[in-house]
Structure formats: structure tokens, C-alpha cells
Write a protein that binds this ligand. Sequence first.
Ligand code: THU
Length: 134
Amino acid sequence: MMTPDYAALATAARAARERAYAPYSHFAVGAAALTASGRLFVGCNIENAAFPVTCCAERVALFAAYAEGEREIVALAVAADTRGPVSPCGSCRQVIFELAPHATIILANMGEEITVAFPHELLPGGFTPDDLPQ
Ligand code: THU
């Protein structure tokens, strides 16, 4: 597959951010996951009055892709209105590590600046299925 259009994926993540349900934090996040089959799955953060139940945009996008049977995530873009490129939370880093291990992760804000990283850089030494008893 050709190198994904990082800027276009960041734009899709920014658009998905518009649909965030974030009445408690007022911090909207968007994500866009591109699969090897060429499909795009978007996500936004979805909060809950029981705060810990909240799901981050990254996980919503990855879970949507998996729920449609997709298993090969080529790229995942994340966008929020942060000073620099948004920093995924620890839980999302762990989920990315397992569900999108080969993906290029594109971290963006509302400006032009983007950062590209890989799952093992976001979470060195992440827990894997191999760490479970066989
Ligand atoms: N959030 C995300 O959706 N992704 C991130 O990478 C960082 C945090 C959400 C969770 C919560 O709804 C709000 O941002 C504030 O933490």
C-alpha cells in the first residue's frame, strides 16, 4: 500500500472531533483509523456522568474498525485542540499497541503541525498477549 496521506487523516480526525460527546471535560478529541482494505473508521471521545466509563477517541475508532471485522490498521490519526500534537493517554497507548501494532500514528492539533510515531515508541515494553501464560 502507498504511504497514507497523513495530512488528510489528520483532517479526518479533526472533523470527527466535532462529534465528541464531552459535556464534562469540554475537551474534544477526534480519531481516524485507516485499514489495509482502504476503509476509514472515525472516533470521538464519548464521556459519561460516571466519569471513568468515558471512552477516548482513539479506542472508539479502533473498536469500530475491529467491530467491522478489520484487523490491519495502517494508520491512526488523533487530533485535539492542544498546544502541540495531542498525546494519547496510557490506556489508549496500550490498546494501540495490541490492536494497531504496525500502524503509523499521526498526532495532530488544530494547526498544521503533526507528529508521526509508532506504537512501540508510544509505549516501550508494552504488555502483549505473549506475556500471558500459554
Ligand atoms: N481523551 C481522548 O479521547 N484521547 C486522548 O488521547 C486524551 C484524552 C479524552 C478523554 C476525556 O473525554 C477527555 O479527553 C479529557 O481527558
